[in-house]
Design a protein around this ligand. Structure first.
Ligand code: SER
Length: 312
């Protein structure tokens, strides 16, 4: 199958690329960044900006994918530092991706939504259908992306689907999100033996290990449309406190020191998000179930991060 990934050099895109390559897909990437080292063979790389319609449309026309995974976006922390840039990349970028799909006969668009679509004051765990009142520009643009994709589905029959991802953790470099502290504990803990966490020890939000996230995308993409009752699904895995992440790192990396120095801006963003997600719709409609808990994830992740940073 021919697949194009926007944001294919980012945190999700990099890992999905290898995952889909292993499944035999014919892959193209569209990204502002150039191709990284270790790119799987045969991947076509289009360099450009999603907020530039002609660059993205030309790439989609040329690559002629059946499925587009649309990930290109500025995340919550980067977005708050540059709201206008986030608006351009996330709003114009999503509109351009959907337009490219409509114009060039793409069958399916898969969208990465997020816990950041939610605002404060919601039930715990948070179900799919609640008032969406995000506090960040990132959340605002992701709500708009969910709605716009739903419109393209109703109006033009585009098979638009997506998941609301928790904070994602992998052996990679996090990309400007508020949930990145969990991954930094592992990376900096292994690399430098210490990490100063920018949210307090009791902070809690939904998190997920990347292999679960990739499986969710592929399983949702492959589910017959007749089984899906909605376009966008909450998916859940784990919700440890920051202190529980710290303990998981300390258990596996000798002598690590994790301290806390709260950054009020990022703490406020995190506190506005759910502590837990209710993913019962995804479970019922397409059989979703996370496989990794904190211990299983940490056992798998620590050796991979050691290899990534070259510290054994
Ligand atoms: N990980 C993202 C962020 O922190 C949430 O989707 O911005």
């Amino acid at each position: 199958m021919k697949i194009l990934i926007t944001g294919g050099a980012g945190q999700i895109g990099t890992d999905l690329l290898h995952h889909l390559h292993g499944k035999g897909a014919k892959l193209s990437v569209f990204d502002v960044a150039g191709p990284p080292e270790g790119l799987p063979p045969g991947v076509r790389w289009y360099r450009g900006s999603v907020d530039n319609p002609s660059e993205l449309l030309d790439a989609v026309k040329d690559a002629a994918p059946e499925v587009v995974y649309h990930f290109a976006a500025l995340l919550s922390a980067t977005g708050e530092a540059a709201p206008h840039r986030a608006y351009a990349a996330n709003m114009d970028g999503t509109r351009n991706a959907l337009e490219a799909a409509r114009l060039f006969g793409v069958r399916q668009v898969m969208f990465a939504s997020t816990i950041a679509v939610f605002g404060p004051g919601l039930p715990d765990p948070v179900p799919d259908d609640v008032p969406l009142q995000p506090s960040t520009i990132y959340g605002v643009t992701k709500v708009a992306g969910e709605l716009l994709g739903g419109y393209y589905k109703r109006k033009w029959g585009l098979d638009f689907r997506g998941v609301r991802f928790p904070g994602l953790i992998n052996a990679g470099v996090p990309g400007g999100g508020t949930t990145d502290y969990a991954l930094w504990m592992y990376v900096e803990g292994i690399r430098n033996g210490k990490y100063e966490c920018y949210v307090g020890p009791e902070s809690t939000c939904p998190m997920m290990y990347m292999p679960d996230a990739l499986r969710a995308l592929v399983e949702l993409s492959e589910t017959p449309v007749s089984r899906l009752k909605r376009c966008i699904y909450n998916i859940a895995a784990i919700s440890p406190t920051a202190a529980e992440f710290a303990a998981a790192v300390k258990k596996r990396v000798r002598g690590v020191e994790i301290t806390y120095k709260v950054d009020p801006a990022r703490q406020a963003i995190l506190d506005s998000w759910p502590r837990r997600l209710d993913d019962s719709c995804a479970r019922a409609d397409w059989g979703w179930k996370a496989a990794y808990d904190l211990d299983r994830m940490s056992d798998d992740l620590v050796p991979k991060i050691r290899k990534m940073v070259g510290v054994f």
